[in-house]
Design a protein around this ligand. Structure first.
Ligand code: DQA
Length: 147
């Protein structure tokens, strides 16, 4: 039985949250989001490993690594949502429940953001709820993982 741990993955440019286009992504920093995710996960007895990278291959590697010690994945693939078959395939390959998060409502933005390769693999998708979306994703996975 895999350990009770979630992998939290954040993709490119999300390291700049707090200062990056605050009118779109808000003022909350990635560190604050990661802390809150850990807090919410802890309520359900889950630990969190948080990874952020601006590199597609590093994100694929982090997803593969989850195979051995994680029970679910919360992922905001950021711009790679719209381009990366590799990340979608990595998620498919590990076979863990996946919750996809977008801070902004990608469906109300430019057309190229409307499609996410990851959504076809995700068990749930939340977009437009801001940082609260990450909490919703954790609560969804915690509920799913409850025997
Ligand atoms: C995002 C939306 C993506 O279109 C964008 O490229 C991001 C962040 C979001 O959280 O709203 O970097 O995933």
């Amino acid at each position: 039985m895999t350990e009770r741990r979630l992998l939290l993955v954040n993709g490119p440019n999300l390291n700049l949250l707090g200062t990056r286009q605050p009118e779109v992504y808000g003022a909350t920093t990635l560190a604050e989001i990661e802390a809150r995710v850990s807090e919410v996960a802890k309520e359900s007895g889950l630990k969190v490993r948080a990874v952020q990278s601006n590199h597609e291959g590093a994100l694929v590697d982090a997803i593969h690594a989850a195979r051995t010690d994680c029970a679910g994945i919360v992922i905001n693939p950021a711009a790679y949502s719209h381009t990366s078959v590799a990340i979608a395939d990595a998620l498919r390959s590990v076979g863990l429940p996946v919750a996809e998060v977008h801070l902004s409502n990608i469906h109300a933005r430019e057309e190229f953001r409307h499609h996410s390769y990851v959504s076809a693999v995700a068990d749930m998708v939340v977009a437009g709820a801001g940082p609260l979306g990450y909490e919703m994703a954790v609560r969804y996975l915690a509920d799913r993982l409850t025997p």
